[in-house]
Design a protein around this ligand. Structure first.
Ligand SMILES: [Zn+2]
Length: 267
């Protein structure tokens, strides 16, 4: 993929910010076609770095709370079936889903995280590698989860299309994403903690991610901001900022969101 081109095919973009990190000058732009934000230069698949793994382990309880909340939302639409978690990290979400009766499978591109997930869930429940590189038969899963993952992918459009092709009839696609359109993102600008330019390639809003799903054969069933508290434990480099806590508890709007969508059988 051309670095300057958006996954929607558009080359024209509006420059928003410049950010310097570790001697690299990153630019954040907004696509004039689909409106999605993009980091250039982009470094896809930078997730589950060693420092983060330590952090996830230490904060397992906080993550479980967040995951339980997401699973409760999913269970409004499906209470059983075969679930794939793409970018399953250490496997905490799948561990919970398995306990609640789902038949689970995970994919994780970071080999250290994949190996820890295998220890937790079983060797055969986790594939170590990139989702893009795996062959999966059509009609394989009832639910696919991409939680805080799509923003790291090289090509989100191809990822969504591949998900559609391996979902069963009326299968669910669940996205969890940082919200580039949130109050906090707009207030903090280039200092918004989720820009993380060395990891996050794409910056979605509720509106443009809904549009991406709807244009590619999904019906959006539900779209909600998450609890404002969760993502404080996301990035060890940005840690807790008291200002965020106070502000977000007042405005009641977290800067991550989840979307539950269903494969549209007519498209
Ligand atoms: Zn675009």
């Amino acid at each position: 993929m051309n670095n300057e081109m958006c996954f929607c095919g558009e080359r024209d973009s509006e420059k928003l910010f410049s950010i310097k990190r570790n001697n690299t000058d990153f630019r954040i732009t907004k696509c004039k076609g689909c409106g999605v934000g993009k980091t250039t230069p982009s470094i896809p698949n930078q997730r589950g770095l060693e420092e983060n793994i330590k952090f996830y382990k230490q904060h397992k309880k906080d993550f479980q709370k967040y995951f339980q909340n997401l699973l409760t939302k999913i269970k409004k639409f499906k209470t059983e079936g075969r679930m794939l978690d793409i970018g399953c990290n250490l496997g905490f979400f799948l561990e919970l889903s398995n306990k609640e009766g789902f038949d689970i499978m995970g994919v994780e591109s970071n080999s250290t995280a994949a190996s820890l997930a295998k220890d937790l869930l079983g060797e055969k429940k986790v594939h170590s590698g990139r989702f893009e590189d795996i062959n999966i038969k059509p009609d394989s899963f009832d639910i696919i989860v991409l939680n805080q993952v799509l923003e790291h992918m090289e090509n989100p459009l191809e990822t969504i299309k591949k998900c559609k092709s391996i979902l069963k009839e009326n299968g669910l696609l669940v996205l969890g994403l940082p919200d580039f359109g949130s109050v906090l993102s707009r207030l903090k600008g280039k200092d918004w903690r989720y820009l993380v330019p060395e990891q996050h390639v794409w910056h979605f809003t509720k509106e443009n991610s809904k549009k991406l799903l709807e244009e590619n054969g999904f019906d959006v069933l539900e779209c909600n901001s998450d609890s404002p508290y969760f993502p404080f434990c996301f990035n060890p480099f940005l840690l807790i900022d008291k200002f965020y806590f106070e502000l977000m508890s007042n405005v009641k709007e977290g800067d991550t969101f989840s979307i539950i969508s269903r494969r549209n059988e007519e498209k």
